[in-house]
Structures are given as C-alpha cells and as structure tokens.
Design a protein around this ligand. Structure first.
Ligand code: SAH
Length: 399
C-alpha cells in the first residue's frame, strides 16, 4: 500500500480520531496512489496512524477509514460500517420505518458514521445517496450493492451534485445509480405526508435534519398565526397546520419548492386551513411586513447556508442578524421565534450571540426556551465536531 508520511508533530488530530489529513500536514508520499485509493498514514517516525482514502485534488488530502492496522479496507469493511449505521437508527427508534407515520430516515451521515463523504437518505423504498469524497466514489459500486442488500430498497438515486465536489476534483452526478428508482417518493413524517423530489429537490430531496424540530413546533403551533420563512416544500408549514395553527404564511424564493408545498397541502387535506404561499425574497418581504405592521404569533427562520467557509462568517452573521431582528419585530407579545442556522462555520455560541444582538436592537427582551440541533439520525462524532452543523433557538417574546 502507498504511504502518506506526516510532518513531525502533525499526528495529534489523527490520534484523537479526527478523520481528516490536511495537505499541509503531509511531508511525503511513498508511491503514486490513485484518487480514492487506500493509503497508509504514518507519523514522521514511520508509525502506523490510520488507513485512509487518498484525495489528490482536495485540501483534505486523505480521509480516514480505520485506525486499526489489522482492519482491511474491503467489501466486508463497508458491510460492517453500513450495518452499524443501520443498527444505530434501529437503536434510536428511527428504524424500522412506520408506514403512514415515519417513512424516511438518514441512514448514513458521512464522517459521523465512519464513512467520510458518504450521505445516504432513505425515502420510503428509494435511497438517495451523495458520494462527496474521492474515497466514497472509489467504492461506489461496492457501497451501492451493500446498501441494496442491507435495506429492502428497490434502487438508489445518486445526488452527487453538491458544491463540495469541485473541491474534491469530482464531477457532479445527478442520475439513477442502481435498481428501480422513483425520482419522486411519498414519505410520512409525524404522520404528515410529503412528496419528495429526489431528482431535483435540494440536497438529497428533503431536510430530514429538521424532523425532531418540526415535532417541537407542532406541539407549540396550536391557535397561533404562523409565518414560515424559507419554507422549501412546506416542512414546518405542514407541521404547524397539523399542530392546529390558525393560519400559516410561508415564504420561499423557489417556485418549484412552493408548487410541491401546495401539493403537500392537498395530499394532507389541509386546504381549508387559512394559508398564504408567497414566492419572494425573505429579506425584502420581512421589511414589507414590518412597514405594513403585520405581526405573527410564531415565526420560523430556516435559511440556507449563509457561510460555506470561515471567510464568509462575518457576512453571514450580518444576514442572520438582519432576519432575526426583523422577525423579532414582527413577533407579537408571547410569540415564539424558531431560528435556525445550518452554516458549519457559525457555531452555537456565535449563533446565540447574533440572535442576542438582534434581540437587543429590537428591544424585545426575549428568552431562550430551547436549544435545538439536528435530528438523532444525523449523529455527531465527538471527534468530529464539524458534523454538528444545524443549530436552532426557540425564543419567546415576553407578554
Ligand atoms: N425549512 C425547510 C428547509 C429550508 S431550506 C424544511 O424544513 O424543509 C432553505 C430554503 O430557502 C430553500 O427552499 C430556498 O429556496 C430558500 N431560499 C434561499 N434564499 C432565499 C431568500 N433570499 N428568500 C426566500 N427563500 C430563499
């Protein structure tokens, strides 16, 4: 096997089980490994640290498969890892799926399931997979065949079309990968039906990471006038309707997302609930609401990732502050704000500070009721805190 030799004193993070080897930590490469091929990572003195997938185009030059020298990286390695990921979802009660109640789950959450660069979501009987690293791509066929074997799914759709692929030097792929695939699937979450557009929806099709948070909103929506900003296909909007909201206003800039959201309303028989679906930019529409003195009892802010890297954090912070300030102004006394950030670079402390800044400027004197995170089928490896990307605050404005 080819070898990556680290510079002196650069072994610490691998010893602490962090799964990435950055290009700057590498002193020398013995051999000529292909993209995705398994290499040995050795410290400067030649001691074994890990086996890893080599990724020549990426700043993350290698991603760890195993820190056990005896463990061979072959089909049975992936069988064990995928089995363990499924077992975890069974242990937390997310599997087996429950027809008409819960029929979607994140099966594999990349680094946090020991499979760097591999994301797999299950939507009813179709898997939607992202192969986002050279290593995951190298083993694609093996992984695909194991996934079909270990789930009773009919097929896999590949959604390897995320921004990060460019950084890995990999082509973007959006196409059926294996078996029978439905590019659209009907799923249930909290017994609410949603159409998922696997082929052209965001990420793998649906934001499963908000599952637990949608449940929290559902039990707090009763009797409230709800505003859902960045509603996508209506995840929080339908949860609010099911939870007994008096009315639900939803905003998104994507026409196709709103079309699917409206289909979802019909699917659940929620047409008679007062509702408004607005295709607009949230930033301008919130200002318009402020100028027209509109107000709400519950507001959701679940924007897209404003910062993809450290350099964008400051600008992102201003954008978060802007919408949180506007939302706090629109909120009636006793109202709730569900405010989220999925930018990895904005940590929970910083996010809370930003919302606190908005609260101070709005003079709303709100209190935090709950701190929210991604759902449990998106676990976070303690050695890989980068995996904790979604954070949210439930904030209450005093009466
Ligand atoms: N809360 C949703 C997921 C939100 S994803 C759920 O639970 O499913 C973010 C959404 O923001 C996307 O649908 C995207 O179309 C929309 N979006 C991005 N920028 C926007 C903007 N400036 N104004 C309105 N919508 C925007």
């Amino acid at each position: 096997m080819d070898e990556l030799i680290l510079k002196p004193d650069r072994e610490r993070s691998l010893q602490r089980a962090h799964p990435w080897v950055f290009s700057g930590a590498i002193a020398k490469i013995n051999g000529n490994p292909l993209p995705g091929e398994t290499v040995l990572v050795l410290d400067h003195a030649g001691n074994f640290l890990a086996t890893a997938a080599y990724s020549p185009a990426s700043q993350i030059r290698a991603r760890v498969w195993s820190r056990n020298q005896q463990e061979v990286i072959d089909r049975s390695f992936f069988e064990r890892k995928i089995r363990a990921a499924i077992q975890l979802r069974e242990d937390i009660g997310y599997l087996p799926l429950k027809e008409n109640q819960f029929s979607a789950v994140r099966l594999i959450h990349a680094e946090s399931d020991g499979l760097p660069g591999l994301v797999v979501d299950r939507y009813h009987n179709t898997l939607s997979a992202q192969f986002l690293s050279a290593g995951a791509t190298f083993w694609k066929e093996t992984i695909a065949s194991i996934l079909l074997e270990q789930t009773d799914c009919s097929g896999i759709y590949e959604r390897s079309d995320a921004d990060v692929l460019g950084m890995e030097g990999l082509p973007e792929i959006n196409a059926p990968l294996i078996g029978e695939v439905n590019p659209r699937e009907l799923i249930h979450e909290h017994a609410i039906a949603y159409q998922v557009d696997i082929a052209s929806g965001h990420k793998t099709g649906f934001y499963l990471d908000q599952r637990d948070n949608r449940a929290d909103l559902m039990i707090n929506a009763s009797g409230r006038e709800v505003l859902n900003c960045f509603c996508y296909t209506g995840g929080f909007s339908l949860a609010a309707m099911r939870g007994g909201a008096n009315s639900v206003t939803s905003i998104d800039s994507s026409e196709s997302a709103l079309m699917l959201a409206r289909e979802n309303v019909v699917l659940n028989g929620f047409e008679s609930i007062p509702q408004e679906w607005i295709e607009d930019n949230v930033f301008t529409r919130l200002r318009d609401f402020r100028d027209r003195r509109r107000s709400f009892d519950l507001i959701v802010l679940d924007p897209p990732k404003f910062a993809s890297n450290a350099a964008q954090v400051q600008r992102a912070a201003r954008a978060y502050k802007d919408i949180n300030l506007l939302a706090l102004k629109l909120l009636r006394p006793g109202g709730l704000l569900y405010s989220f950030s999925c930018s990895g670079g904005v940590n929970p402390e910083l996010f809370q500070k930003i919302v606190a800044g908005a609260d101070a400027d709005a003079a709303s004197e709100a209190v935090i009721l709950r701190q929210l995170r991604q759902s449990a089928d998106h676990p976070v490896s303690l050695a890989f805190p980068e995996g904790a990307y979604l954070k949210g605050l439930v904030v209450r404005k005093p009466d």
